[in-house]
Write a protein that binds this ligand. Structure first.
Ligand code: APR
Length: 245
């Protein structure tokens, strides 16, 4: 592992454009459960609660689970060492952008500046009648479903539900960065969700070196990964940081 870490550090230092593509795994050590695998949320909850069509018909029912998953579990999460090292790499101009599938806001809270949130962010809720954005921090989640203060419409978290399109800016910025990348770190993602998983695949097609950090093998490992740093995100990135700054 030490040799692979040293090689990774050398590649990152030589790279003119480096991106990090992150999934639920990077936030597991912050207490945010992953979606799949042994302790995955989708083992406990029916994904239909995040299906846009079902939410439109059953908003109040869905909010019962949405609150439990995203506003109880996520609410107290803090960035971990992995988030912090990526923010530090950006400060040292060793990382150009973070492209995340996560909606937990932890990259920003760790100090990252260039973050493309491919699936949106749970810290904002939107009224789909008047468009007003509400800050989750100002919502009393003891009363659900939360409603718009202007017109009483049930609010929707400002992240992507199944069956919903990717935010245009995040989509365009993510693929632009993937096309420019010489090194792409993949941290804690199974690669099972599209179109997000096309981001590192696009980087690969453009000639980028793919470095994956995950304690398990994934679809990416079997298909595009050049270096697999088998371990937990915070432990591996802490070791890598020792060779970067
Ligand atoms: N460090 C690094 N990776 C980890 C860690 C850790 N400490 N713990 C778990 N992992 C890995 C798992 O081995 C798995 O490969 O993180 C991955 C988590 O996979 P998923 O839960 O499928 O997460 P992700 O790929 O981000 O899912 C994508 O699915 O449900 C949707 O919109 C949701 O953004 C989410 C998307």
């Amino acid at each position: 592992m030490e040799l692979l870490i040293k090689e990774t550090a050398k590649l990152i230092k030589q790279s003119k454009f480096t991106i990090a593509f992150t999934g639920a795994g990077i936030s597991v050590e912050s207490g945010v459960p992953p979606f799949r695998g042994e302790h995955g949320l989708w083992n406990k909850y029916d994904p239909k609660v995040l299906d846009l069509g079902y939410f439109n018909e059953n908003g109040a029912e869905c909010w019962h689970y949405i609150r439990e998953i995203f506003y109880d579990f996520f609410a107290n999460a803090k960035p971990n060492k992995a988030h912090e090292v990526l923010a530090e790499m950006e400060k040292h101009k060793l990382l150009n952008a973070v492209i995340t599938q996560n909606i937990d806001n932890l990259h920003y809270e760790a100090g990252s500046l260039t973050v493309y949130e491919f699936h949106g962010n749970s810290k904002k809720l939107k009224c789909r009648k008047c468009g007003r954005i509400h800050e989750a921090a100002e919502i009393d989640f003891n009363t659900i479903p939360p409603r718009c203060i202007d017109d009483g419409e049930i609010l929707k978290p400002d992240f992507i539900f199944f069956g919903e399109g990717i935010p245009q800016d995040s989509y365009a910025n993510s693929f632009e960065a993937a096309e420019a990348a010489e090194v792409c770190l993949i941290i804690g993602s199974t690669g099972e969700v599209t179109p997000a998983s096309f981001v590192p695949r696009t980087a690969k097609q453009q000639g980028a070196t793919i470095i994956e950090i995950n304690p398990e093998e994934t679809l990416f490992t079997r298909q595009i990964t050049d270096i697999h740093l088998k371990g937990k995100a915070s432990e591996v990135l802490e070791k890598l940081a020792a060779h970067l700054f």
